[in-house]
Design a protein around this ligand. Sequence first.
Ligand code: CA
Length: 218
Amino acid sequence: MSRILIAEDEERISSFIEKGLNSAGFRTTVVNTGLDALDFAVTGGYDLMVLDIGLPGIDGYEVLRRIRSQGVAVPVIVLTARTSAEDTLASLLGGANDYMPKPFRFDELLARVRLRMTDSVHPVDHVLTVSGLQLDTLTRRATVSGGQVDLSAREFSLAEEFFRHPDQVLSREQLLSRVWGLDFDPGSNVVDVYVGYLRAKFGAEHIETVRGMGYRLR
Ligand code: CA
C-alpha cells in the first residue's frame, strides 16, 4: 500500500486530506511543522508528500529545498494559499512536482496524487469491479456489462466512493465531504441528485437507499 506524508498545520485541512486519502486506499502520516516534515520526508518511507507552504518553523519552500539538496526524490505536491504565477514558478523551480492552490476540492487533489504516483506505483486496484460494473481509475472510464458509460467528473468521483466501499452504507455527509469538499452546504440535496444520475447510468438496482442512513452499492 502506498504511503503519503501530509505536512499541514491546519488540523481541519490535514484531517480532511487524511480521511479522503485513507478512504482512497492510501496510508498516511500527518505532521504539522516544517522540521517534522523534513525529518519524516528524508526517511525515504513515503511514496508522495503533500506539503503546505505556510508551515511553522521552516516553511514549505525551505523543507523542499532541503529534501532535494539531500537527494530525496519523493514526489511533492505543494499546497499554497497564494496563487500568483510567481509563487507557482518558485515552487516548481524549488523541486515540487505539482501544486494545488487552496481552497481545493478533494477529488482535484486525489487526481494529482494519482497522476504523480502512476510511475512509481504498480497499477494494482486501478480497475474496480462490483457486480458487472467496472471503474478504471486511471483512464476514468466506466463500463456496465462490458459497454462503456459516460460519466461526468463529479459522477465518476461519486461512483468511485461507492466502488471503494461496496456493501457499506455511506451517509450523505460522508459523500458530500469526500466528493464535494469542505465548503459544501450540508443541507444540499446534491448527493441525492447525483445518486439519481448514477442509477440512471448503472441501473437503479445497483444503488440502494438505506432509510435514514444513506446509500449502498450492491
Ligand atoms: Ca499553513
